[in-house]
Write a protein that binds this ligand. Structure first.
Ligand code: CDP
Length: 796
């Protein structure tokens, strides 16, 4: 007699199942792009510009061609003969593949050498002579719009200046009225500096064009294989069905591996020309200096306040520095990404946001580093403005937030910039966090310490962010609607394979998608294998970024499992010789309603799908689901940090950090905790130690791992995680909300707010990240704000 299975025992929803992918990673058996070696494979290196802005007078590659082992030298002029010197970007702009007329940022791709081995290719790059005529460089938006500023994109028609877009959202007139009625207006200016996703594995590709079959196979480090396939089809003018993109194991993506990079295009063209596989593996300096940067955005923010603490309105103006090419991915409708998700957790009657994007002589920026299209900047600005507003009112930080939160009974709630949030228990999360940090006791301790000259501080960051783009009504990239997909095949033995349009880069999809199948069908998770990243086998999807995998592809896994279950119900009725209406489901088993002992397992149904199906039924047990979510998911989090700042050195230490994350139903609590730990670590690094910027000549300062520090277990503080608040997503099939980026999005403001709180009473309103000791020391010593905006002196 069959019985229902125990969900946790089979590794279903809520099981902290060990990550199955780790068994190959910890054995050193991962299969990364650079591990792949194809017969006859050549190697490509890129020559990059040493200057940020210069006209190219000439390129002489003759000496490179003469080096034995060199097979091909590509320059912009050669690319131009094939209409490939420029390519379209994911934001409706164009980007130079190899520079022809000018170089527009330090590190820009100027030429490529393809040779028998990577060392020959590198030597040959150094033999290429480029004659540059230097031009003045622009490294911030103020310079970009100044009178007489050189026009960076003089390649474009109708581009008389350096402005890419002006964009606005919200209620301008209503916001003006709110400010007219305000008792107090709190103002803050901030710069969220460039930061770099910096995955352990750099970008890379191996293009393999087979003239005999006309098929192009590209192994590459991409988070969005199907989007890349569409882009390659457009750029290289190859038919889509003749292109296969395979994204093998990826050593971290974090948004860095969404854009299309010139290296990919050059390796593809080289393979087509040479009819041999061509491998390009970016080096660390190349990655730090030239691939997708994040952030680099300036805020001018104002909050209109009533004396009792009620927020009446918010005004934000943001200047975004996109670098030389507007090439980061945005949903088409929103030029400044989802920056207008700011203040979604707060009940604010009126708000207005204006944004201006500008070109500069920097590598393309604005990439969403562990972030849904500028949500990180939105939450950082929001929480810094909230802290400043509470301080200006002389109100307690926690009380001010609680007073202005959207209440549990206000959902669904229209945010001041037009999003619809659907669920959350914001005040409860805050209470859990305050209790865990022992708020009142810390405030007493802080006052006592202050009396003895010690600077303690407490920073709160509360946030909700929109995860899981899209729905297709509102979200598309280059006209391709944002939805996702899952394909499930159950074999005759009841074992299964699930494929999705997402692409894991370390998030654990191989583990968690199997758990969703286990939850829906009762097939043990260990009997389900997960495969992603091959466009010839995976269903079409938009890839993994913006924490969209669980909200969209994860939902598709649940939906396709339900389609399989519906077919199995018919098979069960046939096997049990009753009508379908008389069949009931419990996990892993169908049974006859009037005789619960008579049942068949899901595995028995699988056998029947291939060997004993009813007359007229299509054999086999497989299906596909495309999932178009009705809304984004809105997880909520509270991060609270306590710090001590040393006034003599400006060094600050974290005393304690608590994190309360409500991401709805947790598929795998252990993986969720890992995601939060990783995000907090990155938030700590961004706020504390990651310095990468530009001097007045556009030189990238800090493009090395001595300045741009990657956090290790040594300096990273401990984090106390709380999971007691669970508000299921009302529209997701299993109630899950995204989690991957929450802590990296909400975390930075908690650290900065804590340091600023320690400095309260000194008149210092802001220190820009990273809060390096010299910046904190300068603020304390001279009692002034410290800006981190470029240009910096070259010796900083
Ligand atoms: O898109 P990405 O995978 O980066 O982010 P995500 O969808 O938030 O998921 C990150 C990891 O956490 C995946 O392995 C998810 O399945 C897992 N997760 C979970 O177990 N429960 C949730 N409610 C959300 C995510």
């Amino acid at each position: 007699m069959s019985q229902a299975v125990d969900e946790i025992k089979i590794g279903g929803l809520g099981a902290s199942r060990k990550r199955v992918e780790d068994s190959r990673f910890i054995r050193g058996k991962g299969n990364y792009t650079d591990d792949i070696v194809l017969p006859g494979m050549l190697h490509m290196e890129i020559l990059r510009s040493p200057l940020a802005h210069a006209r190219i007078r000439s390129i002489d590659a003759s000496k490179a061609w003469d080096i034995p082992g060199v097979q091909l030298v590509l320059t912009g002029d050669m690319m131009a003969t094939r209409n490939l010197a420029w390519m379209p970007t994911l934001s409706y702009d164009t980007q130079a593949v190899l520079a022809t007329d000018k170089v527009r940022f330090q590190g820009q791709e100027v030429a490529c050498v393809i040779a028998d081995d990577p060392y020959i290719a590198k030597d040959a790059c150094e033999a290429i002579v480029v004659d540059y005529e230097p031009l003045p460089a622009i490294v911030n938006p103020i310079q970009a719009v100044a009178d007489g500023a050189p026009v960076i994109r003089d390649d474009k028609e109708n581009q008389p200046d350096n402005v890419i877009y002006n964009w606005e959202v919200g209620d301008s007139a209503g916001t003006d009225r709110a400010f007219a009625d305000a008792d107090l207006v709190s103002k803050l200016q901030l710069h969220y500096p460039r930061s770099h996703p910096s995955p352990i594995e750099c970008c890379g590709s191996i293009a393999d064009f087979n003239r005999a079959t006309s098929k192009l196979t590209v192994y590459m480090t991409t988070q969005a294989p199907h989007i890349i396939r569409a882009a390659v089809a457009m750029v290289a003018e190859l038919p889509e069905h003749m292109i296969r993109i395979i994204s093998p194991d990826i050593g971290g993506g974090f948004g860095n591996k969404v854009p299309v990079y010139p290296g990919y295009v050059c390796s593809i063209l080289a393979s087509i020309l040479l009819e041999r596989p061509v491998k390009w593996i970016e080096d660390k300096s190349g990655n730090l200096i030239s691939t997708g940067f994040a952030r680099d955005i300036y805020l001018d923010g104002e909050v209109a306040l009533r004396r009792d603490g009620k927020i009446l309105g918010v005004r934000m103006h943001c200047d975004a520095d996109h670098g030389a090419f507007f090439s980061d991915a945005q949903p088409s409708k929103f030029k400044i990404g989802l920056l207008h998700s700011a203040f979604a957790a707060y009940d604010i009657p009126a708000a207005h946001l204006t944004a201006r994007g500008t070109y500069s002589n920097k590598a393309p920026g604005g990439v969403a580093y562990r972030c849904s299209f500028r949500v990180t900047e939105a939450m950082f600005f929001q929480e810094r403005m909230i802290q400043a507003a509470a301080d200006d009112l002389g109100m307690d930080q926690a009380d001010f937030r609680r007073m202005n939160f959207v209440r549990d009974d206000q959902f669904p709630h229209r945010t001041p910039f037009g999003f619809l949030t659907d669920s959350g228990q914001y005040a409860k999360c805050l209470d859990v966090g305050l209790k865990a940090i022992d708020y009142e006791a810390f405030r007493r301790e802080q006052a006592e310490a202050r009396a003895r000259g010690r600077l303690l501080g407490l920073g709160i960051s509360t946030m909700t962010e929109p995860l899981g783009a899209g729905n297709s009504r509102e979200y598309d990239i280059l006209g391709i609607k944002m939805f996702d997909s899952a394909d499930l095949k159950v074999h005759m033995t009841g074992k299964a394979i699930v494929r999705t349009g997402a692409k894991t880069q370390g998030q654990g999809h191989e583990t968690t998608w199997a758990q969703i199948v286990a939850h829906e069908l009762g097939i043990p998770a260990e009997d389900v294998v997960v495969e992603e990243g091959d466009t010839d086998t995976a269903p079409f999807g938009m890839g993994t970024y913006a924490s969209r995998s669980t909200p969209v592809a994860g939902a598709a896994v649940a939906m396709v499992s339900r389609k399989i279950r519906a077919k199995c119900r018919k098979l069960a009725a046939h096997l049990l010789e009753v009508s379908e209406e008389d069949v009931e489901w419990e996990l892993g088993r169908f049974y006859v309603r009037s005789a619960p002992d008579r049942g068949v397992t899901i595995q028995e149904c699988a056998v029947a799908a291939y060997s004993n199906m009813p007359d007229g039924m299509e054999p086999g047990l497989e299906n596909t689901a495309y999932y178009d979510p009705p809304n984004l998911t809105w997880p909520f989090a509270v991060y609270i940090v306590t710090v001590e700042v040393d006034p003599k050195s400006g060094v600050w230490d974290v005393l304690k950090m608590v994190a309360v994350d409500d991401c709805g139903v947790r598929i795998n609590p252990m993986i969720v905790e890992g995601q939060i730990m990783g995000g907090l670590t990155e938030a700590y690094a961004m706020s504390n130690m990651q310095f990468i910027t530009f001097d007045a000549d556009g030189n990238c300062v800090g493009a090395n791992y001595m300045d741009y520090l990657l956090p290790t277990a040594w300096e990273t503080p401990g984090f106390e995680l709380h999971s007691e608040v669970v508000t299921p997503c009302p529209h997701h099939p299993i109630g899950a909300k995204g989690i991957g980026e929450c802590a990296a999005v909400g975390g930075p403001a908690a650290f900065v707010n804590a340091v600023m709180d320690a400095l309260s009473g000194t008149g210092v309103r802001n220190i820009d990240m990273p809060l390096l000791p010299d910046r904190v020391w300068e603020a304390i010593t001279y009692r002034r704000d410290v800006s981190g905006a470029p240009p910096v002196r070259s010796d900083d």
